[in-house]
Design a protein around this ligand. Sequence first.
Ligand SMILES: [Zn+2]
Length: 138
Amino acid sequence: MVKQADVDKIDNFTEKERKYYNLLLQYRDVIAGNMKSHAENALDASNADKRGVTTHMADVGADSSRNEMELQLMTDDGSVLDMINDAIQRLLDHEYGKCHDCGAEIPEARLEAKPYAIYCVKCKSIREKNDGHNPYVD
Ligand SMILES: [Zn+2]
């Protein structure tokens, strides 16, 4: 499913892009494995070995963000998977980390907690107050 052109792009990722790419793959593994009750274990397992994840990334799984993540995975598997795949595509296109609404850089802390985020906190809260719409861009 990964094209050769994409493999070349992945080889040329910056350190930051690679970090988010690895994080997105972890999330995708958890969802693809349909780990509803074992999401936590799966994440720990993939933190521990195969992807060369740094200790810094293990810190990302702090309790609050982990619980939030698990909740999201449980409520909306299909669309989260789509969002993760879209985020990987944005990495390949070097468009990753920009707010879809205002174009601002999404802060790293937010991306580390939710690597498939497409809106900055400001635009997300605007959408939450407007039934998922942003009157400034829709
Ligand atoms: Zn924004």
